[in-house]
Ligand binder design. Structure first.
Ligand code: T4K
Length: 400
């Protein structure tokens, strides 16, 4: 039986001098660990084998399993999602300008700028938080070489329309699918679209390999190139045939991936139940909207995305964050303030916010709440009660 409360009075809120509802912090992005023994057994074998990296047997098995799971021809496992993006961008020979949302994790923009390609920030659809394809067309110039779409929050962006725009304008199409492992679009697994798609398996992702990432593609030539690139361009001993870097996934990461793949269904089920719990717990709270997942597609439900409308709620998103943080609920404001307001982009394009009105609004409103295997249903109910009470007494809270 849980001893957590399900309703809260105003004076019980920590911001009003009550005790924090949670003794330990509740994080967004707490890693899913899965079956510890399965992982430790794999690590034991790895140590006995003394093969720790460089195309080891776990990496090969991991790549094969991911390809089969997604129904995609090639999976090239890498050390993280950022390097995977950089390698995909380089292998696709992108140059000049690439159209990308500003409302994304900074790695999406940096992976272009790192290679001296200008990220051209395009506005998003405020309902989906994805690149708005109509705005994309307006941003195309003679220097544009590609579009880098992001499947933000694991919900695929408008792949069909972006594919049309790319085809019509002879542009490469790459997807940052860092959030979208195990999700589908029109019945097909994410990983099968554009020229290539990139996953992140970082510790904070619902499916993790400690650190890790992968590029997946159905293009044989591209896959061959990226395989060389992630291993310094080596085609065999003493034979470098291409410029490359070190993007290899190590065997311990692949072992974590193999162990976690077996728990994938459990993670999705728990995330989905948590999501339903939030949907009912936040129902009818003025000014709080939760982004819905489509029922007819596969989803990983890894992000609980809410939007706070200050006019209706009486509190801003940042006011509400203060309330939650005081309770030890470490909700996050991903991806505030948008890449265009971070360096070096803020200095490069000081007026870009004028072209990004929806990005600006969404970045002010989004609040991500904790979920995953570390969060219980009772904890979620209490988080929802904290939000409900804070908004009920918004004018008093505002004064605090
Ligand atoms: N594209 C997109 C759209 C992405 O979202 C990302 C990564 C990438 C590309 C690049 O992929 P990678 O190169 O990372 O594979 C986190 C992650 O570091 C980052 O991977 C992720 N996106 C981003 C959305 O979130 P931060 O700055 O929020 O990390 P941090 O350290 O604040 O951790 C988040 C929370 O997780 C904390 O509240 C604490 C908790 N945590 C974290 C770690 C690492 C744990 O409880 N245990 C842990 O081991 O970026």
């Amino acid at each position: 039986m849980s001893n957590l409360k399900s309703t809260l009075k105003l004076q019980e809120l920590a911001i009003c001098s009550g005790h924090p509802s949670f003794a330990q912090p509740l994080y967004v992005g707490r890693p899913n660990i899965g079956n510890r023994q399965r992982f430790l057994d794999l690590i034991d074998d790895m140590l006995d084998r003394k093969w720790l990296s460089n195309e080891g047997p776990y990496v090969k098995e991991f790549e094969k399993n991911i390809s089969e799971y997604l129904g995609v021809k090639h999976c090239i496992a890498m050390c993280n999602g950022t390097i995977a993006l950089e390698i995909a961008i380089r292998a696709l020979e992108l140059k000049g300008e690439v159209i990308v949302p500003s409302f994304t994790f900074i790695a999406t923009a940096h992976s272009l700028q790192w290679q001296e390609i200008a990220p051209v920030f395009c506005d998003i659809d405020p309902h989906t938080h994805h690149l708005d394809p109509r705005s994309v067309e307006k941003m195309i110039t003679p220097r544009t070489s590609g579009i880098l779409g992001v499947h933000t929050w694991g919900r695929p962006c408008d792949i069909e329309v972006l594919s049309d725009v790319a085809r019509k304008n002879n542009l490469k199409l790459l997807f940052d699918a860092a959030h979208a492992f195990a999700c589908s679009y029109k019945g097909r697994m994410v990983g099968n679209f554009g020229n290539a798609e990139v996953f992140s398996f970082h510790a904070t992702k619902f499916f993790n390999t400690l650190e890790g990432g992968a590029v997946v593609t159905n293009d044989d030539d591209l896959a061959k190139k990226m395989r060389l690139m992630k291993n310094f361009g080596f085609a065999g001993y003493d034979n470098v045939v291409y410029i490359g870097t070190n993007g290899k996934m190590n065997e311990a990461s692949a072992a974590m991936g193999l162990a976690n793949l077996q728990s994938l269904g459990d993670y999705v089920a728990i995330n989905s139940e948590n999501y339903e719990c939030y949907v009912s717990g936040l129902k009818d709270i003025p000014g709080i909207k939760i982004l819905r997942y489509e029922n007819n597609e596969k989803q990983n439900f890894q992000y609980i995305v809410t939007e706070v409308d200050e006019c209706e709620a009486g509190l801003s998103r940042d006011d509400l964050l203060k309330v939650l943080h005081a309770e030890n609920v470490l909700a996050r404001r991903y991806f505030y303030p948008g890449c265009h307001r971070m360096e070096p982009y803020r200095s490069f394009f000081p007026h870009s916010h004028l072209l990004l009105p929806e990005t600006e609004k969404v970045a002010q409103r989004v609040m991500i709440l904790p979920t995953g295997t570390s969060v219980t249903k009772d904890q979620i109910s209490l988080i929802c009660s904290i939000i409900r009470t804070a908004i009920q007494y918004s004018s008093i809270i505002k004064e605090k």
